[in-house]
Design a protein around this ligand. Structure first.
Ligand code: UPG
Ligand code: MN
Length: 479
């Protein structure tokens, strides 16, 4: 990574300080001619530079070819609040709980020639490793080019899940907001119609689509289960609504309420053969995540909820076998012969895996929520030149086309748990993308793009042609 603006600032700073007779060059190389040489790197907050991952590659330890890496940067916090004091360097933390959450860097095992399933594969590895390490009931997903802009956003999202009815919510999606876009928004990077029109409208139905970033998940919903309660829509237009049979959560008796491992016992999905892989520690974490993600029973109308304070119980410290298990579940082979990527977690095989992932949850009867906060919850960067923007829209367009084909998502009403009124708008943005892709495909600059995307589209547009006519299942994507 290379930040030329930071390098420029750094050079200027160095020049100024040397003309003031200040010899502190911050450890950067410098020769006598006042010429500052700076390695291409990202600057860290303490003024040193980050040399970049795999800066010195060695055999079996380079980009795309390495064992799983797991680095615990900060240990699990103390169970009791730790109050700050006024001495805390710049900010007065009096009366503020200054504990930091556990923070772990994860890089899954990678080898050349192995299909790592890009972002979806990365997310699934993260879901498993975090289940072993902390098993938080809620998971926030941000792209690497996005950051938190509103420190209260996560709490806002959790409120939806922990409030009455929250046990049916699979995720809370926040709008994508961007920085560094020119004032006229020449390439429509803000996607205003989509984020402030379509998505808000979908919120009135079963919920917004998952757009890949700025989304808080209920961990349990990622595991391919049905929600504890759901409605069924019958009749030709799905006009009759009733409680779905079988998928009701059991009512717990007093004794059961004390056991964290108990709740899933009667869930009908448990009888299906789930293939989570061979980590017992992982499979055992599922019931705990389900229990801890339940709404707060702070009102008599909340059945089957958590007693207030249930999530404040102390957590066992991290021990070596736990960390070793977390490394095991991020290995290349872990997902072999499992349902990861097909039924469980992020779904593989689509260029816009996010939409498909969210859609699968909706089909099982989960609802989602669109949450627009006054101060943007998260912010990210958007492509600011035409080539990158064209690649991005083209990728989304391809994804939308994929969605339309039965191989990805059934064309009709996919399940009784999804209202018919929801199926149509879910696909409304398709004509928009088709329109955009036509423009793009016809523009001269897109000729080199056409081949990979054409192949990707072809595979999905000809689902009834015998399999040997299908092109390569994972055509190269535009960079
Ligand atoms: O091999 C990969 C490729 C991507 N990513 C992640 O995926 C994100 C999205 O990639 P980016 O290059 O930023 O694409 P965008 O077009 O900006 O992303 C938008 O569109 C994607 C779907 O097309 C969604 O996945 C993203 O969440 C959404 O912000 C990145 O930030 C990474 O975090 C990986 O982890 N591994
Ligand atoms: Mn991006």
């Amino acid at each position: 990574m290379y930040n030329s603006r930071e390098e420029f600032k750094e050079k200027e700073l160095a020049n100024n300080s040397s003309s003031n007779g200040n010899s502190n060059s911050g450890g950067r190389a410098r020769n006598n001619n006042n010429d500052v040489r700076v390695s291409k790197a990202t600057w860290m907050s303490d003024g040193t530079y980050w040399p970049g991952t795999w800066f010195e590659p060695s055999p079996d330890h380079s980009k795309g070819d390495h064992a799983g890496i797991l680095q615990v940067m900060s240990k699990p916090p103390e169970p009791d609040p730790v109050m700050g004091n006024p001495d805390e360097k710049r900010i007065d933390f009096t009366g503020v709980d200054i504990r930091l959450p556990m923070f772990v860097y994860v890089s899954r095992e990678k080898h050349p020639g192995y299909d790592h399933n890009k972002k979806a594969g990365a997310m699934n590895a993260l879901v498993r490793a975090s289940a072993i390490l902390s098993n938080g009931p809620f998971i926030l997903n941000l792209d690497c080019d996005h950051y938190i802009y509103n420190s209260l956003a996560i709490r806002e999202g959790m409120c939806f899940m922990m409030d009455r009815g929250g046990d049916r919510i699979c995720y809370v999606q926040f709008p994508q907001r961007f920085e560094g876009i020119d004032p006229s928004d020449r390439y429509a990077n803000h996607n205003t119609v989509f984020f402030d029109g379509n998505m808000r409208a979908l919120d009135g139905l079963q919920g917004p689509v998952y757009v890949g970033t700025g989304c808080l998940f209920q961990r349990y919903a990622l595991y391919g289960f049905h929600p504890p309660r759901a409605n069924e829509y019958t009749g030709m237009f799905g006009q009759y609504k009733q409680q779905a049979p079988n998928i009701q959560a059991q009512s717990l008796d007093q004794e059961d309420q004390e056991s964290e491992m108990q709740p899933l016992a009667s869930h009908p999905d448990l009888k299906l053969s789930k293939k989570f892989g061979n980590s017992t520690m992982f499979t055992e974490s599922i019931a705990v995540a389900e229990f801890q993600g339940r709404p707060l029973a702070d009102h008599i109308s909340v059945k089957n909820g958590l007693a207030p304070g249930a999530l404040l119980l102390p957590r066992p410290p991290l021990d070596a076998p736990t960390v070793a298990e977390a490394v095991a579940v991020i290995s290349c082979w872990y997902e072999d012969k499992t349902e990861w990527g097909t039924r469980i977690g992020w779904i593989y095989g689509s260029v816009t895996e996010d939409v498909v992932t969210g859609y699968r949850m909706h089909n099982r009867g989960w609802r989602s929520v669109y949450c627009i906060t006054k101060r943007d919850a998260f912010r990210g960067t958007a492509p600011i030149n035409l080539t990158d923007r064209v690649h991005q829209v083209l990728r989304w367009a391809t994804g939308s086309v994929e969605i339309f084909f039965p191989e990805t998502i059934p064309l009709g009403k996919p399940s009784p748990q999804i209202p018919a009124t929801h199926c149509i708008p879910q696909r409304w943005h398709l004509p928009l993308h088709l329109h955009l892709s036509c423009h793009i495909l016809l523009s001269p600059s897109s000729v080199p793009l056409f081949r990979p995307v054409h192949l990707a589209g072809l595979k999905h547009s000809l689902p009834y042609i015998p399999p040997h006519y299908h092109p390569h299942p994972h055509p190269p994507l535009p960079p």
